[in-house]
Design a protein around this ligand. Structure first.
Ligand SMILES: C[S@@+](CC[C@H](N)C(=O)[O-])C[C@H]1O[C@@H](n2cnc3c(N)ncnc32)[C@H](O)[C@@H]1O
Length: 223
């Protein structure tokens, strides 16, 4: 399977100790569906973030929204350690983390129509033409995202790579049962805190583009 990531980095001592001590917030990868209400011990909406990096934004959003549940999927161990450290430091109880490729996690672990939203902030851009096939946001993966969303659930993606943003706009626009909540790119969603990648992009005067799509209320078509 083509991977949308390259494994990198090592954990610091603090990250390693949070990784071990906060194991209850880590969910091991398995090929069986996860009962999400049982996982979070409530019936609140579940927002899934793919590729949270160091997890600072995940922790900030989760801290601001204690009535919502956040499921983070990442392959970067140091980032997972860092988010678990934030969970410990800020006593966050509404985050769970899965350390595995998001494509397989969605395929095997996430039941259909259970996710209220997907957050995908600054996915690896894979800018060279020959690398484009590694981009996460493309069909049929976007079909899988729609399959997992509840009706009216949303996909919110942000990128500082103009070519990827245009590519994602096309891929998402062509995905069945999904519609753009705005005309083309979305205005900035002010509730989203700035990430390290965003600060770097802005320092280089690279434009940051946001995409906000919603799943249609119903997929039943008229006869
Ligand atoms: C460029 S970083 C952005 C991190 C973070 N969202 C931010 O804005 O700071 C992209 C992250 O996505 C993760 N990633 C890429 N493909 C993934 C996949 N298929 N499953 C899980 N994580 C993935 C990478 O490990 C990396 O940490």
């Amino acid at each position: 399977m083509i991977k949308s990531y390259a494994l990198r980095g090592r954990m610091s001592h603090a990250q390693e100790s949070s990784y071990k001590n906060q194991a209850k917030y880590r969910l091991p990868y398995s090929e069986s569906p996860v009962p999400l209400q049982e996982l979070f011990q409530n019936t609140g909406p579940v927002i899934c973030e793919i590729g949270f990096g160091m997890g600072k934004v995940t922790a900030a959003i989760a801290g601001e929204n204690p009535d919502k549940n956040y499921l983070g999927i990442e392959v970067f161990k140091a980032g997972i350690g860092r988010l678990l450290w934030e969970i410990e430091k800020c006593s966050l109880h509404n985050i769970r983390v899965i350390e595995h490729d998001a494509v397989e996690v969605l395929q095997f672990m996430i039941p259909d129509q259970t996710i209220a939203a997907f957050h995908i902030f600054f996915p690896d851009p894979w800018p060279k033409r020959r690398q484009n096939k590694r981009r996460l946001i493309q069909r049929p993966f976007t079909d899988l995202l729609v399959q997992k969303l509840i009706p009216n659930g949303y996909i919110y993606m942000v990128s500082d790579c103009g070519d990827y943003a245009d590519w994602a706009l096309r891929e998402l626009s062509e995905t069945k049962n999904l519609y753009n909540a705005y005309e083309k790119f979305s205005p900035p969603q002010h509730w989203r805190p700035e990430t390290k990648f965003e600060a770097k992009a802005r320092a280089k005067n690279n434009s940051v583009r946001e995409l906000f799509f919603r799943k249609a209320e119903t997929s039943i078509t008229a006869p």
